[in-house]
Design a protein. Structure first.
Length: 197
């Protein structure tokens, strides 16, 4: 399967549905957690359209508030993270957050619906996997959570059969391999998000 910008976006855009939030006040179960945050994201997408820079900013704020993108980026970078130039980590995390927000806006129509329906919750070792779909678009979403009641954290998300961590790792590895370990082309690829309309 070819890992496209669409796969990375769809997985990234689903992250706020799962992420840990200090103000989370549901019944505490993984299903409640995902449903409440999913409802917030669906409200954000209502009426949104491709190229909406205000929506991109709002979604970026949501990502920064609820999602631990640096942790996910670190996993996706794998052994390449040791080669990142000193002092670039903060810039890289900012570029990744902006890229994710821009992708969300590019494909915002795929995340519009009336509600998030939880279809299954299962425990797999240290993780809880929550399956759901967006009512209206029938877009299936799976996410892997770590923690438990009161301390849920997003670990990964799967959209259209692709796990975000794997899609990001492939993109990062391919770009860094082609550039012989030079991070500048990877930064440039992430900056392209500012040109999408």
């Amino acid at each position: 399967m070819r890992l496209s910008r669409r796969h990375i976006l769809l997985a990234t855009a689903a992250l706020p549905l799962l992420a840990a939030a200090p103000s989370f006040a549901s019944g505490g179960g993984a299903d409640d957690y995902v449903h409440e945050l999913g409802t917030k994201v669906l409200k954000l997408t209502a009426g949104g359209h491709r190229g909406d820079k205000a929506l991109q900013q709002r979604f970026g704020n949501l990502l920064n508030q609820y999602v631990n993108l640096p942790q996910l980026a670190s996993f996706a970078l794998g052994t390449n993270r040791a080669s990142m130039p000193a002092g670039d980590k903060g810039m890289f995390n900012g570029l990744l957050s902006n890229y994710a927000a821009a992708l969300f806006v590019w494909y915002v129509a795929d995340f519009q619906g009336s509600e998030l329906k939880i279809t299954n919750v299962s425990k797999q070792g240290a993780f809880t996997t929550v399956d759901s779909s967006i009512v209206g678009s029938n877009e299936p979403l799976r996410w892997r959570l770590s923690g438990n009641t009161g301390s849920w954290r997003v670990s990964d998300v799967n959209v259209k059969g692709v796990w975000l961590s794997i899609a990001m790792k492939k993109m990062f590895d391919d770009t860094l391999r082609e550039s012989h370990g030079d991070f500048k082309p990877l930064y440039a690829k992430l900056r392209e998000a500012d040109t999408w309309n």
